[in-house]
Design a protein around this ligand. Sequence first.
Ligand code: HEM
Ligand code: HEM
Length: 188
Amino acid sequence: MNSHTITSKFIHWTFTVLYAYGIFKQVGDLEELEDTSLLNFEIVFAIVFLVIVLIRYFYMKGTPTLLGAHEEMRKGHLFIAKTVHRLVYFSLIMLPTTGLLIAAMLSFDTRGMGIAIGLHEFSATLSYLVIAIHIGASLYSRLKGEGIWNAMVPVWKETGKVNSDLISKLEVIENKTYDQIEKIFRLN
Ligand code: HEM
Ligand code: HEM
């Protein structure tokens, strides 16, 4: 049975903690950054966050998507999963980069702070959205017992494929969606 490496799992879960920390300890507004020690801490945090995201991206680049699946995955399914993963990475790169942009604008007292804050807020909202989709899709796959969950998540392990009327109905909708995606993006 295919599984992600221990390093992949370690990065996935330590990074999840780092992301949650970054979101919960977020700066309330620009005035808080008049405190130089908070500003310096934010800058160091953003650089460390960015470096880890980049290392992770390059480390995972060669790893097949949905690697733990027992059955061969549809091309349309892989396409959606890869797109969501790329959007997760995009939002995770944008968050610290736009944070550093805010810091640079503060230091050099330049115009356009409204745009930098707007981009920072957009990155945060995008990250909430795509990570919620990611977690929702992981849970759905867990309920189906496809094997993907077991390859990354160390708890609440699957014991095999689950069959039910509801899942069969949902699979019909899923397959129609993949047909459309494969047709639109000419994946066959
Ligand atoms: C807490 C609930 C979470 C669950 C249950 C979960 C589950 C999973 C699973 C099952 C995979 C494997 C998918 C595959 O084999 O292709 C995966 C991969 C991935 N997850 Fe999560 N995840 C969670 C949180 C997060 C968070 C918070 C982030 C981002 C900060 C994230 C980002 C990713 C990315 C980018 C991948 C693709 C592989 C990689 O590049 O590391 N996940 N996740
Ligand atoms: C990885 C690093 C960072 C993360 C994860 C992060 C995350 C966040 C989040 C989630 C918000 C709330 C956005 C919203 O209201 O939707 C926020 C707001 C903010 N962040 Fe960051 N941030 C980071 C780095 C930075 C840095 C380096 C700075 C500047 C030194 C900064 C300055 C701000 C400011 C000024 C706000 C308030 C914006 C407002 O007035 O609404 N952030 N940050």
